[in-house]
Design a protein around this ligand. Structure first.
Ligand SMILES: NC(=O)C1=CN([C@@H]2O[C@H](COP(=O)(O)OP(=O)(O)OC[C@H]3O[C@@H](n4cnc5c(N)ncnc54)[C@H](OP(=O)(O)O)[C@@H]3O)[C@@H](O)[C@H]2O)C=CC1
Ligand SMILES: CCCCCC(=O)/C=C/[C@@H]1[C@@H](C/C=C\CCCC(=O)O)[C@@H](O)C[C@H]1O
Length: 320
């Protein structure tokens, strides 16, 4: 018998998330496996903002919270995944998982050589692919262009900013503490970083992108912040709507000034996306990320802004 501990959704989310939304439960998993089955033990779990969106993201009261994890096979009757194999799967917030249908449940092997395994949930995983495809395919940045990123110190935003620097853009980030802004500028090479809790976005963008000169906006936060950024876009600017984290805890629909006249006047292209639309070409993004990470490790001459989050040892947490 293997004892599994799991965090169950005890109460549906409404407004801010509290400890009452979760309950720790135990489950016995039989280790008398049938052919093809295996048991994997979690090494890293993810906690991502989309989980807050609730049942739409697959979270059902009474079930373990969903999400991806990196896990190590500890009992196996599956030749493809012997004991010791490392896998990535959507097993949720649980310490142990009985895999009865490996083909369906396991996304892929997660061998990373001498790189941190957690990268498979970060720069080389869903957040990394979100940054890579959501920015490059929708914003289509060109050298010398000005890029604004909100939620810039998060898993996705910090990668978008670094990719934008790799593409030769001027990058302006917004984050919620001075420490995060220092990190963005000093370690990741952002040209400007503002604490949106202290500096009004209009004031910031008048300084960093005067005369409405923003070519691309990668939006992680939505709400009034984004309505204001749209006033600073250049003619034919491109906006990638990735997330709307400023609204996830809201209990009613947001109201406010409508941005449509500005969108029309500046002839903006605005597109929302869910990263899974690019799942068929995921490998392209993984290859590019791996290459940039290897360049970072190649030596001290690599510019600081090439730090494509090889440093992500920790899972990216929000539940804002
Ligand atoms: N479209 C898609 O397919 C995907 C979309 N996403 C979205 O991307 C966004 C970022 O995800 P990810 O990087 O993983 O998140 P992280 O958990 O790494 O970062 C989220 C950050 O958002 C900031 N934040 C929280 N509340 C607010 C608020 N009210 N206003 C402004 N900022 C806020 C906080 O940073 P701070 O201290 O700076 O405020 C927080 O740390 C989310 O909106 C998520 O839903 C993610 C993956 C896929
Ligand atoms: C609809 C809210 C989306 C919030 C943005 C986000 O963080 C997306 C993350 C995806 C996630 C999708 C989760 C829920 C979307 C539900 C849409 C639906 O049609 O039901 C997950 O699939 C991986 C991330 O890419």
């Amino acid at each position: 018998m293997v004892l599994c501990k799991k965090w169950v959704l005890a109460k549906a989310f409404h407004g801010k998330v509290t400890a009452e939304n979760f309950r720790l439960e135990e489950e016995d998993i039989s280790d008398k496996l049938k052919d093809g089955e295996l048991i994997a033990e979690a090494v890293y779990l993810t906690v991502d903002p989309y989980m807050r969106v609730g049942s739409e993201a697959g979270n059902v009261v009474g079930n373990a919270m969903g999400g991806e994890q990196i896990a190590k096979v500890i009992v196996s009757k599956n030749k493809q995944y012997p004991v010791g194999s490392i896998v990535r799967m959507r097993a949720g917030w649980r310490t142990h998982t009985l895999v009865t249908d490996a083909e369906k449940q396991i996304q892929r092997s997660a061998e990373m050589g001498d790189l941190p395994l957690s990268l498979m949930l970060g720069a080389m995983g869903m957040p990394g692919m979100t940054a890579y495809f959501g920015f490059l395919k929708i914003c289509e940045p060109k050298e010398g262009e000005t890029v604004v990123v909100s939620g810039a110190a998060g898993a996705v935003g910090s990668l978008v900013g670094q990719i934008a620097k790799l593409k030769g853009c001027k990058v302006i980030g917004f984050a919620g503490t001075d420490e995060k802004c220092d990190w963005l500028k000093k370690d990741l090479g952002f040209d400007f970083a503002y604490n949106y809790k202290k500096v009004d976005v209009d004031t910031a963008l008048k300084e960093a992108a005067p005369n409405a000169s923003v070519d691309c906006y990668f939006d992680n936060v939505g709400g009034m912040f984004t309505v204001k950024v749209l006033n600073h876009m250049k003619l034919f600017g491109r906006v990638s709507i990735c997330g709307s984290i400023s609204n996830y805890n809201d209990t009613s629909l947001p109201t406010g000034p409508l941005p449509f006249f500005n969108i029309l006047k500046s002839q903006l292209k605005i597109e929302g996306f869910i990263v899974l639309r690019w799942y068929a070409i995921w490998e392209e993004g993984e290859k590019a990320m791996l290459q940039w990470i290897k360049e970072l490790r190649a030596g001290p001459d690599v510019p600081k802004w090439k730090k494509i989050t090889y440093c992500y040892e920790i899972v990216f947490i929000c539940l804002a």
